[in-house]
Design a binder for this molecule. Structure first.
Ligand SMILES: [Zn+2]
Length: 118
């Protein structure tokens, strides 16, 4: 396991977690992710495994449709470092573009058919 660190753009929100080497990710086709445009992790982290420097109550939260998935974002710079998943409430995928040392364009990106989920 390796320790990874990430942050939003302004640095207000930072986070860390342990994971195997990151070689792949997911791009979701749902109406929100299509607009957002970033790739997220294939692995999911429990709330205990995702160490965040601020309380979740200090993050902005966006929800739509079923309002199960929780799209958190920094209320200063607007970057969304992680999402609490629709299929696995309580577990998180991270925005791969926020992780230090990860070049998203070099990862193997799978398409996740989010628009037909539900
Ligand atoms: Zn920020």
């Amino acid at each position: 396991m390796k320790k990874f660190q990430g942050s939003c753009h302004c640095g207000e929100v930072s986070f860390s977690f342990q994971e195997e080497e990151i070689t792949s990710g997911l791009r979701c086709t749902c109406s929100y992710c299509e607009r957002r445009g970033s790739a997220v992790s294939k692995f999911i982290l429990s709330k205990d495994d995702l160490i965040v420097n601020v309380a979740f109550s200090n993050l902005s939260l966006y929800q739509f449709d079923t309002k199960i998935a929780k799209h958190y974002f920094c209320n200063k710079c607007g970057i969304h470092p992680f999402v609490e998943t629709l299929r696995d409430p309580g577990k998180f995928r991270v925005n791969l573009g926020c992780i230090d040392g990860i070049d998203v364009d070099k990862l193997e990106i799978d398409i996740f058919d989010g628009k037909n989920l539900l």
